[in-house]
Write a protein that binds this ligand. Structure first.
Ligand code: ADP
Ligand code: NA
Length: 327
């Protein structure tokens, strides 16, 4: 059975991009894979953070993931399993500065003010490689934004193998969904939907009420043209393409099929249909999340047991990696 690892930052309530790019696929993979899913709180402190908020968001994310169908035994938080930090340090010494300099996510997050960001933000992809390889996982379900990080993780694993003269870390394959692998902001079709976007109107979260969902879709940025009858007509219309691909992924319908229904009309009818669809699919997740959030000690117990299971898998692997290094 293939081992699957994936993570999400507990930096805020998961959004529709996380759901379509990652969470929904995690729930499906559990059926026939050996899965581990991680709240990567160590990654969450690579950008400025508030301790009490991080603690609350870790619990809220736990509730959201359980409500999205993740099995409790497969879920834990990163900082509770020291294997991540131990292998992360080794990988800091295997990885090359030249490799990190090519990472587009660092450039996006750091922007122009590079000098004033944490060293953690810069070496974050090394820790992400350790997250996966501490379990010798071979499959990583992620959104399209993580493609470059997975390539780097493979470069690191292969360099470790080469330098130590072993065949220890496996090759990792990203599992990127065919539709809606990169959900864009509802306010700006050139930016990905993200927890760190300051505009709450830019994303639909897994705890939004039906009214909030409908209002965000109604206000979502569009252009003045009617929807085209064919996919070719979506060129240079990122907002229209984004809303259609959300609808397609949520309903398992192709773009062509949707355009044959909505093409030629303005956005009004389509937005109403999209809001109804999102409410139908996400409202049950939101109400289950609220129910779970009411029992904090249960959430803490889920994380405690998940961490014990994760340690039992990762500790022997990282012990061996340390022995190979000469520790
Ligand atoms: P964020 O960037 O919102 O903080 P994370 O970095 O925690 O999200 O990513 C968690 C998972 O969700 C990753 O697999 C990532 O690829 C996926 N993901 C994040 N944003 C999007 C998006 N806009 N569209 C599709 N998948 C996404
Ligand atoms: Na991300």
């Amino acid at each position: 059975m293939q081992r699957v690892f994936s993570g999400i930052q507990p930096t805020g309530i998961p959004h529709l991009g996380n759901y379509l790019g990652a969470l929904r696929n995690w729930a499906t993979l559990q059926k026939d894979h050996d899965c581990l899913f991680c709240l990567v709180d160590m990654h969450s402190i690579t950008m400025p953070w508030e301790p009490e908020k991080l603690r609350q968001q870790t619990l809220a994310s736990t509730a959201c993931l359980l409500a999205s169908g993740i099995e409790p035994t497969r879920l834990y938080n990163q900082s509770a399993v020291s294997a991540h930090a131990r292998l992360g340090w080794i990988f800091n010494c295997i990885s090359r500065l030249g490799w990190l300099n090519r990472m587009t996510q660092f450039k996006d997050k750091a922007g122009k003010n590079r000098e004033n960001h944490s060293a953690g933000l810069y070496v974050y992809p090394n820790l992400m490689a350790a997250d996966i390889l501490a379990f010798q996982a071979t499959r990583v379900p992620v959104g399209d934004d993580q493609r470059q990080h997975i390539e780097l993780a493979n470069d690191i694993g292969q360099k470790f193998n080469h330098d130590m003269g072993v065949d220890f870390f496996p090759t990792i394959e990203p599992l990127i969904p065919p539709q809606a692998a990169r959900v864009m902001s509802l306010r700006d079709g050139s930016k990905k939907m993200s927890k760190s976007d300051p505009s709450e109107q830019s994303r639909i979260t897994l705890t939004d009420t039906p009214d909030e969902i409908a209002q965000k879709i109604r206000r979502a940025k569009t252009d003045p043209e009617p929807l085209p009858g064919e996919a070719a007509g979506l060129e240079n219309r990122p907002e229209a393409r984004n809303l259609l691909s959300i609808y397609g992924a949520m309903s398992d319908r192709s773009l062509e099929d949707l355009l044959s229904e909505f093409g030629g009309q303005g956005f009004g009818t389509f937005k109403t249909a999209l809001a109804d669809l999102l409410v139908e699919k996400l409202a049950p997740v939101a109400s289950e999340t609220r129910r779970l959030l009411a029992d904090e000690s249960h959430l803490l117990e889920v994380l405690r047991q998940g961490a014990a299971r994760a340690r039992s898998v990762a500790d022997p692997i990282v012990d061996e990696a340390e022995r190979l290094v000469g520790f």
